[in-house]
Design a protein around this ligand. Structure first.
Ligand code: GAP
Length: 432
């Protein structure tokens, strides 16, 4: 049974995951702010990706390239020419629509007649320096990938990596989407996590297939339900201008299946084009034969912000507890914004003092929160709703036995643990 998306967006806003950007000025369409919990979730998603893609592998290194690149980059990459969506205007109400997202041939808002589609470039333009004019135009990057291609030769030289090897990058990308929507699913400013994996041309097909599986399994390893995921290979007519093959990892969003990540075989398109346009030789020299050639590139390209949304949707659950309807965010422990909540059973001074001591001892080790307002039942419910995997309760017995109760979110099982052993006990639970 698909969940109501309104429940996710209202939880996101109420508890500080994400909400409309510039809200006090009426917002700015397609921009979103990540609140105290959203920033933690997003950071954890990116950290999990970095760990899997860079830290755990000897064949991938990281980079953080500039967002503003020489505009020639976008001519070489084909984005100036091809990074467009078909735009139609309603002749009656003047609303604008993405032609390939419309079901009929009339305006969805007023039923009016639509103009013929025209191609609209999605890159945001701005100017460098104090002069506004064609000579000063630069673009906000619409993908992190190009920063990797322009640094390919330099990084290969610095690291002396041999094929096959990859370069990974995370960061902001910008697209002037015609119809941003479904909250952070399609926004105008968002974060990507991309890897360009360079291989010998004859290894490209195998590498492409194995990256598709590798990336699909990454979502499962972070607790995503298998029934929420599927793979979809692009038809020839759907392929981007650079791609010889693309498979999307799709997620079952509350409104239906949609893209979560794309894995593409970009061939040698980018390195060849950047060599041609920059006049710099970006070919790879074979270590044994000294022959030069352009590697092929397999690109797993994920959205960090879109993944955060998908993980939230997948983790959202409702259950009746003691006759009361309750909300749970059953996030994987490594993604949960807070790992532990410290909750004194009452606000009484002698309990608070011990609870504050416990809080102090946990802070250097875990991302934690402290809450002493309202009943303990309400506080458990508040933590379940934001996905905190463990609550530590300090009660009156703690004053005598110097022990506390650890309560687990999903099973609600409770375990008494001496305060002196709390850090290793929680570490073991969080790492298992
Ligand atoms: N370098 C290839 C590339 O950028 P893409 O399929 O256009 O490929 C990769 O983008 C991922 O970036 C998508 O699968 C999606 O997760 C995310 N993404 C793309 N456009 C987005 C948008 N407007 N808002 C949020 N995420 C977006």
């Amino acid at each position: 049974m698909p969940i109501d998306f309104e429940k996710i967006t209202s939880l996101a806003k109420r508890r500080g995951f994400f909400f409309q950007g510039s809200e006090i000025y009426g917002g700015l369409n397609g921009t979103w702010d990540y609140g105290p919990l959203g920033v933690e979730l997003l950071k954890n998603v990116k950290q999990a990706w970095w760990r899997a893609m860079v830290q755990m592998r000897d064949d991938i290194v990281g980079v953080d390239s500039a967002i503003l690149l020489n505009p020639e980059v976008w001519r070489a990459s084909g984005h100036l020419e091809n990074f467009t969506d078909p735009l139609v205007d309603c002749k009656e109400c003047k609303m604008r629509w993405r032609a390939d997202h419309l079901e009929g041939d009339r305006c969805p808002n007023c039923g009016g007649e639509l103009t013929e589609p025209r191609q609209f470039n999605l890159m945001f333009k701005t100017f460098v320096g104090p002069v506004e004019g064609d000579a000063a135009v630069v673009y906000l990057r619409p993908e992190t990938a190009q920063g990797i291609f322009v640094d390919f030769k330099a990084i290969q030289g610095m690291t002396r990596k041999r094929l096959p090897f990859g370069i990974a990058q995370q960061g902001k990308s910008f697209r002037n989407e015609i119809s941003p929507g479904n909250s952070i699913f399609r926004s105008r400013e968002f974060e990507q996590m991309e890897c360009e994996y360079f291989v010998r041309p004859e290894q490209a097909e195998l590498a492409y297939r194995s990256w598709v599986l590798e990336r699909y399994n990454w979502y499962l390893s972070l607790g995503m339900k298998p029934e929420s995921l599927r793979l979809r290979e692009h038809e020839q007519s759907e392929l981007s201008h650079y791609s010889a093959g693309t498979t999307d990892v799709e997620f079952l969003y509350p409104w239906g299946w949609g893209e979560l990540e794309g894995i593409a075989n970009r061939t040698d398109f980018d390195l060849r084009r950047h060599s041609e346009f920059s006049g710099k030789d970006l070919s790879y020299v074979d270590e044994t034969t000294s022959e030069k050639s352009y590697p092929y590139v397999i690109e797993p390209a994920a959205g960090a912000t879109r993944s955060a949304l998908a993980f939230m949707c997948d983790a959202y659950d409702e259950a009746v507890v003691n006759g009361e309807q309750r909300t749970f965010l059953r996030l994987h422990k490594s993604l949960a914004p807070y790992k532990v909540a410290v909750l004194p059973l009452s606000k009484k001074e002698n309990l608070s003092a011990v609870a504050r001591q416990v809080e102090k001892s946990l802070r250097p080790h875990f991302m934690i929160t402290y809450d002493e307002t309202q009943s303990i039942g309400k506080r458990y419910a508040r933590q379940d709703e934001i996905g905190t995997p463990y609550c530590v309760t300090v009660d009156f017995d703690s004053l005598e036995d110097h022990a506390v109760t650890i309560r687990e979110r999903d099973s609600m099982a409770q375990e008494r643990v001496p305060i002196a052993e709390l850090v290793p006990a929680l570490r073991e639970k969080l790492e298992d």
